[in-house]
Design a binder for this molecule. Sequence first.
Ligand SMILES: [Zn+2]
Length: 218
Amino acid sequence: MATSKDRNRGSLGSLLQGLGRKPNAPRAEKAQPQQRYPYQLRDFFLSPAEIVFYKALSSVAPSNIAIFPKIRLADVVSINRSASPYASEARLYFSKIIQKHIDFLLCQADTLTPLVGIELEDSSRQESGRTEHDEFMEGVFEAANLPLVRFPAQSNYDSGEITRLLSPFWESPTPPRCPKCDKPMLIRTAKSGEYQGVKFYVCPDTKYCRTYFPVRST
Ligand SMILES: [Zn+2]
């Protein structure tokens, strides 16, 4: 049976052993963090082309606009279960968006309501024309009632061109709230029909509300 003196010696021994160990010295019995979690910080979070565009966009975007680079598509859109009621089918559609990213998403800064998605087209995509990826993204954005704007990736950008293409989405700093359900309304442009090209405020709750009215140009 161990006496209290033995126990004390034992704990002092392990304490000395602990102190004697160099800080961060590897423990034989335990794998290094890098082995258990084989990750490292990327050199760049965005590609050089994306960084160039981000800087140009930041320099012209007003303060009421929040810019989110490289955002996961599945964090912005979800499966419309009334359009895809079967679980197996919904899983298939979800698998199509899980790996995809939107290059940039502009949101209303106060509500973080998505306003417009931006895709950068590198030179290979500019040459090959519209790809399957482009077609898919366009279809998803259209279904989600969210505009998508494409920019060719360039080494420098004309800030006037960025403003011209994107300002329609950030022109109204405080969009009106839906008179029916009080949600902040989105600006959308009619793509076809007799109102083609006309901007409308549209309730984001397209499933249950469907309130819309034209944006008055004042
Ligand atoms: Zn509404």
